[in-house]
Structures are given as C-alpha cells and as structure tokens.
Design a protein around this ligand. Structure first.
Ligand code: ZN
Length: 301
C-alpha cells in the first residue's frame, strides 16, 4: 500500500492507494500553522490513522510546497514559512521509522497525471499549476525529474517571453524580480491585468465566466491571458518537448484554454508544426496527494 500526504498551508490531505491506484482511505486535517513540531506530529498521526483505517502498512510519500534542498536536505522555497530550514525528511523518516520520499507539489501533480491520468500514455509529461501561483513539474517515464537544484520545471519565475512594450518590465513579483510568468498567469495576475485594463475588480473565475457570456472587457483579458500562456509554454516546448502538457490549479477549469492555447503556441514554438496536446487533469484536486503516494513506484510498495 502507498500512502501519500499533501502538505498544504492550511490542510494536510492523506490518501492510501493500492497497486492499481484504487483509493483505500482518505483523511484530511488542519495544518498546525507556524508550529514545526506540531506539523511533524500531525503528519505522523495522519499516516497512523490511514494505516488504522486499512489495517495495512504503507510506503510514505509527501508532496509539499517548496522543496528539499539536495545540498542540505533542508526545506527551501516553501510558502509555509515555518518549514523553511527544517530537516523535514530526516525528522519524519525517524518518526515513522521508514524512509519517506518528498517532492514539490507541482512535481506530484505531474507524476499523478503521468501514472494514471491525462498523461498515462506519455513518456514525458509537463504538469503546470496555475492558480494562486504558477508552478510546474516534469515526470519522465513515471518518475519525477528533480535535478541538482530541485527546480526542474519551475517556469513561473522566468520572464514572460516576447513581451509587448506594455508588458515590459512587468509587475513586481514576490521573488524579487519583475515581469515573471507568474505575475501574468496566476489567478491574481489575471485579476490585476483586468483591473488595469477595465477598472473592474474581479477574480479570475468571474472574468472567465463573463468572457464566455460576451462581456467585451473580460473577453479582452482572457485573450491576453491565452496569448501569454501560449508564449510562456512555447519556451517549455522548445526546451523539453513534452509528449503532453497537463494543466492544474484553479485556471485549469477555464475550458477555452485547451483549444486556444495550442492554436496560439504554434506561432511561438520553434517548429513548423506543434502536435503537443494541452489537457485538463484527470484527478483534479486529488492529483497532488495521489502523486505523493506514487513517489513510490510500481513494485516499490
Ligand atoms: Zn517571480
């Protein structure tokens, strides 16, 4: 049995899967915010509860915001800031008396969709999460590609490519740079763009809904958004040439993107034609926790 934990800033989700990916048990608890020791205990208790539910022992994988630094083994880049600098891997492994695998939550998303989701036939899957932020992860032959800096697939903090004059230098980003892809493609980024263009204060889902209903201002915002996503993903296609790109996060519910963005990225990718599909996720909001469970691959659990 495989146990996956999705460690979020407000909740920790846990799932137990059998070899076929069937869900045996699922639980969710609140994250003890700003308390590392309590977070550790909560994760261990969740594993214990899932094992109690199923009467079986499992391997444990954890998806988390940020990553474990390959150099130090300590948490970095996490928006759950009380985890930063902590030896979470070592502490949880000791607490559970077994090895625990960790991966960034976008990598877990890509892995979940690669194993038995929208990329199940694909060799290379690029998973994109566009919601409150913009992240990405890569799965190759149903394994997470991590890299020596644990940043493979992190496309959100590169500059928006081929910027128009009005897009340059772009909005400031929390990472300290300006004009990052995230400042345009995150939900808040779309809301800011819409506000600047129309003066209206609307959240991204409402903008997409109004665009679908024929609102001219919202339609303009969605068209700019599609153009920008196409440009940003064209760079990914040029470097990685994945078999499939899967969209996750809140923006993945904007169904128009699946037709519009591949039509537009043809113009930017360095190829006479581009046949890469852009697909919605099969597992939706469960991809993070399922991917964490799949950090232990077939034959390893
Ligand atoms: Zn940035």
């Amino acid at each position: 049995m495989r146990i996956g934990l999705d460690l979020g800033g407000t909740k920790i989700e846990g799932i137990a899967l059998d070899d076929d990916g069937r869900e045996l048990a699922r639980r969710r608890i609140a994250t003890p915010r700003h308390d590392y020791a309590a977070t550790l205990e909560a994760m261990a208790a969740l594993v214990g509860a899932l094992e109690g539910d199923t009467g079986r022992k499992g391997t444990v994988g954890v998806g988390m915001p940020g990553a474990l630094s390959p150099a130090t083994g300590l948490v970095k880049n996490a928006n759950s800031t009380w985890l930063i600098g902590q030896p979470l891997d070592r502490d949880l492994s000791r607490r559970l008396d077994r090895p625990v695998r960790f991966a960034n939550d976008a990598n877990c998303f890509a892995l979940s969709e690669a194993v038995d989701g929208a990329g199940r036939e694909a060799r290379v899957v690029f998973g994109v999460i566009v919601g409150t932020g913009t992240g990405g992860g890569i799965a190759v032959e149903r394994r997470v590609l991590t890299g020596p800096n644990a940043i493979a697939g992190e496309w959100g903090h590169n500059p928006l490519p081929w910027p128009a004059p009005a897009e340059w230098p772009g909005p400031p980003c929390y990472c300290g740079k300006t004009g990052c892809v995230e400042t345009f493609l995150s939900g808040p980024g779309m809301a800011r763009d819409h506000r600047e263009a129309t003066g209206e204060e609307l959240a991204a889902p409402e903008i997409a809904a109004r665009a679908g209903a024929g609102d001219a201002g919202a339609a303009g915002t969605l068209e700019r958004y599609e153009q920008r996503m196409a440009r940003a993903l064209a760079v990914v296609l040029d470097i990685l040439d994945p078999d499939v790109v899967v969209l996750g996060g809140g923006m993945s519910q904007v169904t128009r993107l699946y037709e519009a963005v591949p039509r537009l990225w043809q113009r930017w990718a360095f190829s006479d034609r581009v046949d890469t599909p852009l697909r919605p996720p099969v597992h939706g909001g469960s991809s993070g926790v399922r991917g964490a469970a799949w950090l232990w691959g077939p034959g390893e659990a």
